[in-house]
Write a protein that binds this ligand. Structure first.
Ligand code: IMP
Length: 409
């Protein structure tokens, strides 16, 4: 079975935790897009792992992970991350493989990324990891793939300064490189977990363009970014938080306003630790936006939702979510492409009573307070997709699984 996991909002939904959990049953985990702009946090007991390039399946002992063809890889960042994993006692050697077709991020791209964003009249708020430059170079047919830096003939054509930088990584990368499709065939991998990065609202085609990232973070990218044919994808899991966050600029119709919702913002940032893993920037916070979530469910064929950070709402008297936008005189329940419509959209909210009790020790859906179950039931009814996984804390054990996505119904 081939299972895709994507972020169903603007990234930082808790995909790392969900992928880590699901990787237990996977033969192999393939990350299919993005680069070191991503930040995935995994908590196991008193250990906290922060990953940017290495797929989140790596924390599960003995499992193989692959950096897929749709990724853009900064070798310096990759080997720094692997060194950090070694320091944390993760035995990764022989378990981290890299697609020969993945693209390379060169040091100059990082600077250029930041400079270009600074020159924009309205900056995107890039993480400055060179991701946009690497994907642009790929589209312009000016990029280098991993295989290109390993082949002497091609390597010799690269700018001498870049060659100087890349030389040190050629040997270690040569030990890790594979043709993903061929590898799967030879290994006969039966359970493949396809891990997305960022969130589908940051996808260049589906998202809030131009305030998006550059890799394909939608479920459709799982096929092309891993080398698995589109008909071989069996199921798509969308991960979302009980509220919304966004880092960087761009439309955010349900964003809290500092003057009106200052205490709520402070509460969510503190309890939910809403600071970027990659840049440390405080994340913008807002209500759960069901208009956007339903759009993402439909445009990504999401079969199964994983709700995270539900415990962040434990102490609130009431919990609100957005069910429509008022745009001018119209009430809208579909997610607009128009930047002005998204900027003008006023959220129409629905209130639910808070559960006012700690969820952090709950392990079964049936023992969740009725108020939390009602909140979840409403999300399911609105989106038409079951909430199969509920996370009530950062630790792996704090996960309620109502239906295992690996088991086809
Ligand atoms: P870039 O991909 O670093 O150029 O950033 C483009 C936009 O995507 C910026 O608004 C970033 O904050 C956002 N972004 C990129 N990666 C992530 C992520 O992993 N989580 C959340 N936002 C991200």
């Amino acid at each position: 079975m081939n299972l895709v996991v994507i972020g169903a909002q603007w990234g930082d939904e808790g995909k790392g935790k969900v992928v880590d959990y699901l990787s237990e049953r996977a033969d192999v985990t393939v990350r299919f897009s993005g680069g070191a702009n991503a930040g995935h946090t995994i908590v196991r007991g008193d250990r906290v792992y922060k990953l940017h390039l290495v797929p989140s399946g790596i924390i599960t002992p003995e499992k193989t992970v692959i950096l897929g063809s749709g990724m853009v890889i900064d070798p310096e960042a990759l080997f720094a991350e692997l060194r950090e994993l070694t320091n944390q006692g993760v035995l990764w050697e022989g378990r981290v493989l890299v697609s020969d077709r993945a693209h390379v991020v060169l040091p100059a791209y990082r600077k250029l990324d930041v400079e270009l964003d600074r020159q924009r009249a309205d900056p995107i708020g890039t993480t400055g990891r060179g991701i946009g430059i690497a994907y642009s170079k790929k589209a312009m047919r000016d990029g280098y793939r991993i295989i290109d830096i390993l082949e002497q003939q091609v390597f010799d054509t690269i700018d001498p300064a870049d060659r100087g930088f890349l030389e040190q990584y050629r040997e270690p990368l040569a030990d890790m490189v594979i043709d993903v499709q061929r590898y799967m065939e030879l290994k006969g991998s039966k359970a493949v977990l396809l891990e997305g990065a960022q969130g589908a609202l940051l996808d260049p085609d589906l998202g809030t363009y131009p305030y998006v990232s550059s890799g394909c973070s939608a479920a459709a990218g799982a096929s092309i970014g891993s080398g698995i044919g589109p008909r071989a994808i069996d199921r798509v899991v969308g991960v979302f938080k009980a509220y919304s966050t966004r880092v960087g600029n761009g439309p955010f119709p349900t964003e809290f306003h500092a003057d009106r919702d200052g205490r709520l913002i402070a509460h969510i940032r503190e309890i939910g630790n809403e600071y970027g893993v990659t840049t440390g920037r405080p994340r913008r916070c807002g209500y759960l936006d069901l208009v956007a979530l339903r759009y993402i469910c439909r445009s990504n064929s999401i079969d199964s939702l994983a709700l995270t950070h539900l415990d962040v709402y434990d102490t609130l008297d009431e919990v609100k979510l957005c069910v429509a936008y008022d745009i001018g005189q119209a009430s809208v329940e579909t997610f607009p492409a128009s930047r002005t419509a998204l900027d003008d959209a006023q959220p129409v909210t629905r209130k639910f009573p808070g559960w006012k009790t700690s969820l952090s020790g709950v392990t079964r859906f049936e023992t969740l307070p009725q108020q939390a179950r009602d909140y979840i039931a409403f999300i399911e009814q609105y989106t038409g997709v079951p909430v199969d996984i509920i996370s009530v804390g950062a630790d792996r054990e704090q996960t309620i699984v109502r239906r295992d996505p690996w088991i086809q119904s």
